[in-house]
Write a protein that binds this ligand. Structure first.
Ligand SMILES: [Zn+2]
Length: 335
């Protein structure tokens, strides 16, 4: 393995990890996931799968059941977008048999995966219909004052090389795209561990039914609302909005840590006022300061809409999706 010019330190760590004694590897990987009580000990032959962050962990655990030992690269309660992998993370990655992630979501993980040669790599981006969603910079056009044309203002103009081809990674907030990811994970598990393929298939069927239920609930519960525009902290809900006929206006863009400009904040306030928006959504892992300021200045209130990028405190993906649905129904005054 030759080290590319960038990320030299990471590459060296990856090489070192491959030569560590096996005991050290499993100690490191198991210590990074204290929440997993369903999987047997790694030594008992479970397929070791490293996943990039919580929604993929949820799917892999649901499908893999007892035959898979899942480790999330991104720790719980950590914003995954700009998470920088530690040497320990790269070690866990190197010693796993399968890695499941979505390319283009976490640059640090993308770099690590390009340099790790041990595990089979499943890039879910190639199995899910991902599209480009505008980010909030395009609100400067000032054309979406009624909120309904926010999607239409994206005419393919981009703002530089970095974001030119960026696909929106937030597929998990759309239960239908979540099913596509589940199918890809089931296929990868069955290929890696054909002895338990029928179990994986059964678990997938159960999971699909649960995701279908979510999809039906969202369709039925958001079909008759006073408003269709909702204001979020960062634009994690584009696929959800597309699926259920809503429009998302976000304070930050695709990246939660992006600092909105004064012009962007003014645009959001205009959207809030022109659409009669009463709720500005915040999220737990991002500072609510800007959202609270906008709420104060427009007479709106704040509420939490969970982008489910980290494991919820005392629930799971499906429950968090249902909580989000209730929050959206309240914010949009749905019947
Ligand atoms: Zn996000």
């Amino acid at each position: 393995m030759t080290a590319p010019t960038v990320r030299r330190a990471l590459s060296v760590v990856a090489v070192a990890a491959l030569t560590l004694p096996l005991a050290a590897c499993s100690a490191l990987s198991s210590s990074s996931d204290s929440s997993d009580t369903s999987a047997p000990a790694d030594a008992e032959g479970a397929l070791s799968v490293a996943v990039s962050f919580y929604p993929i962990q949820y799917l892999t655990e649901a499908i893999g059941g007892d035959y898979v030992s899942v480790t999330s690269v991104t720790p719980t309660n950590t914003e995954p977008h700009d998470y920088e992998l530690s040497p320990k993370d790269v070690t866990a990655l190197s010693s796993s048999q399968l890695v499941a992630y979505v390319q283009g979501f976490q640059p640090s993980l993308d770099d690590a995966i390009s340099q790790v040669s041990g595990p089979t790599v499943l890039d879910l981006a190639s199995s899910i219909d991902l599209v480009h969603h505008e980010d909030s910079e395009e609100h400067e056009d000032g054309e979406e004052t009624d909120g309904a044309t926010a999607e239409a203002t994206d005419e393919g103009h981009d703002h530089g090389a970095d974001s030119a081809e960026a696909l929106d990674p937030h597929f998990w907030l759309d239960p239908v795209r979540m099913k596509s990811a589940a199918t890809a994970i089931e296929e990868a598990l069955a290929t890696a561990d054909p002895n338990h393929a029928s179990s994986y298939k059964n678990n997938l069927d159960t999971l699909d039914a649960s995701l279908d239920d979510l999809d039906t609930s969202y369709s039925q519960s958001l079909g008759s609302c006073e408003r269709t525009t909702f204001v979020t902290s960062h634009s994690a809900f584009g696929y959800l909005a597309d699926r259920y006929g809503l429009t998302q206006a976000s304070i930050s863009g695709i990246e939660p840590e992006a600092e909105p400009s004064l012009a962007e904040i003014a645009d959001i306030k205009e959207v809030v006022q022109s659409t009669g928006t009463t709720t500005i959504f915040t999220e737990e892992l991002v500072s609510p300061e800007t959202a609270e300021t906008i709420a104060n200045e427009t007479g709106a209130t704040t509420a939490v809409l969970n982008p489910i990028e980290s494991q919820p405190e005392s629930s799971d993906y499906a429950e968090a999706m249902r909580t989000n649905l209730g929050e959206l129904r309240t914010a949009l005054s749905c019947k």
